[in-house]
Design a binder for this molecule. Structure first.
Ligand SMILES: NC(=O)c1ccc[n+]([C@@H]2O[C@H](COP(=O)([O-])OP(=O)(O)OC[C@H]3O[C@@H](n4cnc5c(N)ncnc54)[C@H](O)[C@@H]3O)[C@@H](O)[C@H]2O)c1
Length: 339
């Protein structure tokens, strides 16, 4: 095993996009993984089951179908498996969905995370790593976004639950000495990715013969810039963070995890078309409909990853071309679209 620090790892959200890829890597490195997921139907459950099936071929993987908002269940999992590392990725994701469905955000992201903190208090762990989000930066204008920036003005309930996770984790580190590290993920993409994210929606629209909506005014000179990071780079980053246990009076740390290399939205879309053209062996183009920039959308958002680089040598390696090619190849294969 490459990482001797992990004897037993609980990964919540293990049937999710990041949780699946992380669990796979941990298992391949010889760790024992207990995956917890409620398999909710926010998006296609079959995709979650497919991910899970591929984890279940590993003898060291145990799956528990449970909801982290169930406190006694969470405590019983910790009592039985006594993890020394916990990675909390279970959450209700999505900014827009939180406008229509606030309850599930409070339930999974706030109560659920509180239950994880409580379980770590009752059954001490070496390290709790938890998912925060770039959305905590709200409408901040200064780029790149840095961990020292003020993030007191979340503009969605999703962002507010993630900021609340950071505050609660800090408090538990302060009061009970639990080592916690928060990771503010920027947009993660790749094979087995989330169907609610734009690159996946673009692919679905293309194969359904429908136009894609692009919210950039059709102004390519002043296009939006966004931070996209490939899933393998994210997993690599988390693996580097696991053995870096925060210390000091309050053993809590917080890092951006993104690409630090903003990409023009239209370039990203063109590269996605190229990737699908390569996979299908013929030139394809999306039908594009340009819409006004959405109110509150900022021209440029991206991560400063200097802090994570200094702490663990984090350096994303995958080019957008390569990452999107992996996605397109997987998508066509998974959806049986090769003619
Ligand atoms: N993917 C990204 O670009 C991105 C960006 C920022 C933050 N994040 C955060 O990273 C984490 C993982 O994201 P993802 O992209 O893998 O999302 P995902 O939706 O694919 O995975 C989350 C998993 O958690 C499970 N889950 C949700 N609520 C649960 C609950 N109450 N109990 C048990 N399981 C529950 C879901 O069924 C799902 O399988 C999330 O916390 C998300 O907010 C992701």
């Amino acid at each position: 095993m490459n990482n001797p620090n992990i004897s037993m790892c609980v990964v919540t959200g293990s049937a999710g996009f990041i949780g699946y890829h992380l669990s796979k890597r941990l298992l391949e490195q010889g760790a024992k993984v207990v995956g917890v997921d409620n398999l909710n139907d926010y998006y296609d459950v079959t995709l979650k089951e497919t991910r899970l099936n591929s984890l279940q071929i590993h003898n060291n993987f145990t799956f528990i179908h449970a909801d982290i908002s169930d406190k006694s269940k969470v405590e019983s999992i910790f009592a039985e498996y006594r993890p020394n590392v916990v990675v909390n990725l279970a959450a209700q994701a999505g900014v827009r969905y939180s406008i229509e469905n606030p309850d599930v955000y409070m339930q999974s992201n706030v109560i659920g995370f509180y239950n994880i903190l409580e379980a770590c208090r009752h059954y001490p762990v070496d390290h709790l790593i938890y998912a925060s989000s770039s959305s905590v930066y709200g409408a901040n204008k200064k780029v790149p976004f840095e961990e020292t920036d003020v993030v007191d003005h979340p503009i969605s309930l999703y962002a507010s639950t993630k900021k609340s996770n950071e505050l609660s984790a800090y408090t538990y580190s302060h009061l009970y000495g639990i080592p916690t590290t928060g990771l503010r993920f920027f947009t993660v993409y790749g094979p087995m990715g989330r169907p609610d994210m734009s690159y996946y929606i673009f692919a679905n629209k293309y194969f359904a013969g429908e136009p894609i909506q692009i919210y950039n005014n059709g102004d390519f000179e002043n296009d939006l810039y966004r931070d996209f990071i490939y899933i393998d780079d994210i997993v690599e980053g988390i693996m580097k963070v696991v053995p870096r246990i925060p210390s000091g009076n309050v053993p809590h740390d917080l890092f951006n995890i993104g690409n630090n290399n903003p990409q023009k939205l239209m370039d990203f879309i063109t590269l996605l078309e190229k990737a699908f053209s390569n996979t299908l062996g013929s030139h394809i183009e999306f039908i594009k409909v340009y819409q006004p920039v959405k109110p509150g959308d900022l021209p440029k958002t991206y991560a400063s990853t200097e802090r994570l680089h200094k702490a663990v040598g984090f350096q994303p390696k995958t080019s957008i071309e390569k990452g999107l090619q992996h996605f397109a190849d997987w998508y066509v294969d998974y959806h049986n679209l090769k003619t």
